[in-house]
Write a protein that binds this ligand. Sequence first.
Ligand code: ASP
Length: 340
Amino acid sequence: MTPTQRKKKILVIYTGGTIGMKPSAKGLVPEKGYLTDKLNELLKYELSNEGMPDVTVVEYDPLIDSADMDIAKINKLAQDINQQRDNYDGFVVLHGTDTMAFTSSALSFMLINLDKPVIVTGSQLPFAQFRSDGKNNVFNALYIISHFDINEVCLFFNDKLMRGNRVTKYSTDGFDAFKSLNAESIVDVGVQIKLNPNYKPIDVTFPFRLRELEAQSIEFLFIYPGMDYQGIEKYLKSKPKVLVIMSYGIGNVPTVPDFQDRVKALMQAGVIVICCSQCAMGEMAMQSYEGGFMLQQSGALQSFSMTKEALVAKLQLILSNPSCFPDLLEAWNRPIAREF
Ligand code: ASP
């Protein structure tokens, strides 16, 4: 694909995160106005002569640590992108890294047929710090939107543009904070900026639809040798809509009746059970071993090669929009936004 020429209009939506934080007595906290002013200054003096895009920065109030991200805030972000969808060629969302992959996953499912790029990014070191990775991440996101035809939700970090619903936070303190372990990166940045030759923009034939989310009761159960399986019975009382079992390897679970019968009882009580691997890389095939096979026969689903973040977002989407997804099983088993 040849890079496109026209000067693009990009909206930067700044939600919070380390990128705009400064030290305080309570640790790093977002500082109102600081990053927006800094970006506007840099954009004015550094970019105006380089044929770079027209950029508008909007700052949310309050700015948050992304640990405080919730359904209402994700819906607002998607609504804001929807409202501005005809006014801009693309969007950069500045976000804390802790829940960035949840938000990029959610947006990928909510902004159906957007046909424009949304790049979520942030940084591991605050912009205010000398060695910050923030400038590299933000400016490369802007550059990619202005020069390449990408029309989906992505996450940019450490010189890689990755699909927004295939990324997971991987490193607490490396600049390579995110990995896309089951999908190739879309763009690799170095001296040259290389678009993956296999990349194809989404073929958009239907009109845009915004699908909002509602909070859902999704519980996670991490299994381990020595676990007291009796604890599973508590879900019979709390009855979550979904219990995600963090399973071994390819989707294996214990074969013993103490485990199998209790999980089966949950399914009989109406809880949807989904097996997700404790491994971050690879495809699931829970039928490969007896334990997973037995649970699948009893009705448990599996998460294919989805990340945990995409799994949560896809469940939130499907469970929040039953009229669009009347058959949960059918919707779960097919990719909705290139998530597996
Ligand atoms: N705690 C921060 C946040 O997620 C971490 C970061 O941005 O890197 O908002």
